[in-house]
Ligand binder design. Structure first.
Ligand SMILES: Nc1ncnc2c1ncn2[C@@H]1O[C@H](COP(=O)(O)OP(=O)(O)O)[C@@H](O)[C@H]1O
Ligand SMILES: N[C@@H](CC(=O)OP(=O)(O)O)C(=O)O
Length: 495
């Protein structure tokens, strides 16, 4: 066991407090390959060719579940819980998909072991699903347990495929190293315990393969890090091991100026600061899971987003000090499925503590708030949250303010759906007048109604809430303006 670690920093509440570094550090590269990069045997061969090119003495490879597998696992437990016996067909489909990959990656004479292991994992999964089917029990703990099979299966297969392609490696189970709370589906990581487990217990091997997404609570239950969470797994390993670099490989050439599925003119951004990347990810750039950045900032590790299917493209470099860019606006993100909730009434004016009560009521329900605005007259507060949390938030807030609503000091809480948040992000917007004005007038000229506006105190982000029917058009108008039609408009002050 590697025990040669010194305390790195002993100050403050910063996650760096928990980091330590090896006495004799060897260059270390952490790579994460997403679902599309392990989708089938061809994709896995492609990722093998990428690794064979690397001349790195130590590497740790994190893999996601094969593309669509996590979604299928969710359908599996939903069907089982609904007493729909066709869950068995889904199980068969999943097993066939994994077995086919093995048949194409591993020589016939050597398939017995790995096929046996995969079969055993499937029988275990079948037992869990039968339990759900028979007992009508579907807790979050059971959901997490089922979802974790995707990464458990893919990492087994990738590890064996590596062995047969000149990449001897050691497979680990990330649940042994990532400790979380019991919030099963969106578990919060105990950084101190996790870094200690990784630094003290990871095997000394030149190449380690680890499943992403999966973790374990202190009381030994399987948890998962939230949809898209394998990126975060990789950044935790990178931070704990003081990697020189983290590479996240997916199916696009890095972080684009906007979602390439929403705007055909989107293109890959060369460099971003950690803060810019975090804002773009938080507001919907799916290529990067938002919590991924924090461990890297604390450990000062750069991140590159690369394309498995176009490895020659240099991708996007995310670091503390990106090269200066003429672009003030770096990217535009969009989150759909948002609900806008408003608390209003004359009874709020000049009354201290209203905002505190509102946020507390929402926080108790563990609901995440994307967006907050308060009218300057203090007559209303508007928050944006995920559509799925809308009704729960209305109930919690209505209960908190029941007395005030009864006395007609406040109006009944209002909820609007389906809404979207469009965010314009860039460090160059700081102290740069005119960008917000241009964005608002552009949307106004095209008769797109802005329901609410917020600008972060850092001036790095302006976000607007609008009707989902208008969101796609808004993203394209803003993208055309800032990146295509008049690219210099974002470089120069806008009149
Ligand atoms: N701003 C953006 N830049 C790049 N990709 C984005 C952006 N916004 C959304 N995406 C989507 O993110 C996808 C990659 O993320 P994801 O599907 O999670 O990949 P993986 O499964 O490889 O982890 C891309 O195919 C792209 O459609
Ligand atoms: N498989 C998990 C975790 C993940 O990060 O996947 P991907 O890297 O394919 O986004 C999910 O689908 O949420």
């Amino acid at each position: 066991m590697a025990k040669s670690y010194l305390a790195f920093s002993a100050y403050g509440q910063n996650p760096s407090y928990y980091l330590s570094f090896p006495l004799t550090p060897e260059p270390m590269l952490v790579l994460k390959f997403g679902g599309t990069s392990v989708a089938n045997a061809d994709a896995i061969r492609q990722l093998i060719s990428i690794l064979l090119e690397k001349k790195q003495p130590r590497m740790l490879v994190v893999v996601s579940a094969m593309s669509k597998v996590t979604d299928t696992l969710i359908s599996l437990y939903q069907k089982a819980a609904a007493h729909d016996v066709t869950y068995l067909d889904l199980l068969t489909q999943l097993e066939t998909k994994h077995m086919e990959a093995i048949e194409q990656l591993v020589p016939m004479s050597q398939q017995i072991d790995i096929k046996g292991r995969i079969k055993m994992i499937f029988r275990e999964l079948e037992d869990v699903c039968r339990g759900v089917y028979l007992l009508d029990e579907l807790s979050d703990g059971t959901k997490a347990r089922v979802m974790a099979y995707g990464e458990r299966l893919s990492s087994e297969i990738v590890s064996v495929a590596f062995q047969h392609h000149q990449l001897p490696n050691t497979l680990v189970d990330s649940r042994d190293y990532i400790q979380t709370d019991n919030n099963y589906l969106n578990a919060k990581v105990n950084l101190k315990a996790t870094y200690a487990l990784m630094q003290e217990n990871l095997p000394q091997a030149n190449l380690i393969v680890a499943p992403g997404f999966i973790s374990r609570s202190a009381d030994g239950k399987t948890t998962v890090l939230g949809r898209g969470g394998s990126d975060y797994t990789a950044s935790l390993y990178a931070a704990a091991l003081q990697a020189d670099l983290l590479e996240i490989w997916s199916d696009v050439d890095g972080m684009y100026t906007t979602d390439p599925r929403k705007a055909a003119a989107a293109y890959s951004i060369e460099e971003l600061s950690y803060e810019e990347a975090m804002e773009l990810a938080y507001f919907g750039a799916k290529v990067l899971y938002p919590p991924t950045i924090a461990p890297l900032v604390a450990a000062k590790i750069p991140l590159v987003l690369k394309n498995t299917f176009n490895p020659g493209h240099k991708g996007t470099l995310i670091s503390a000090n990106p090269a200066p860019s003429p672009q003030n606006v770096k990217g535009i993100s969009c989150i759909d499925h948002i609900a806008v909730l408003t608390v209003s009434g004359s009874g709020m004016v000049g009354v201290p503590g209203v905002a505190m009560r509102l946020f507390k009521a929402v926080a108790v329900e563990c609901i995440n708030i994307y967006f907050i605005t308060q009218s300057s007259s203090e007559q209303s507060i508007t928050i944006g949250l995920a559509e799925v949390d809308g009704e729960k938030a209305v109930q919690a807030i209505s209960q908190e303010f029941a007395e005030d609503i009864n006395q007609q000091l406040l109006n009944p809480v209002s909820l609007e759906t389906p809404m979207s948040i469009v965010a314009i992000v860039g460090n160059g917007m700081i102290q740069q007048p005119g960008i917000a004005g241009k964005a608002f007038s552009l949307l106004g000229d095209h008769r797109i109604n802005i329901r609410a506006i917020a600008q972060g105190a850092t001036e790095r982000i302006i976000s607007v809430v609008l009707n989902t029917n208008d969101a796609h058009r808004a993203v394209n108008l803003l993208h055309d303006h800032f990146f295509v039609t008049v690219p210099e408009s974002s470089a120069a002050p806008v009149a």
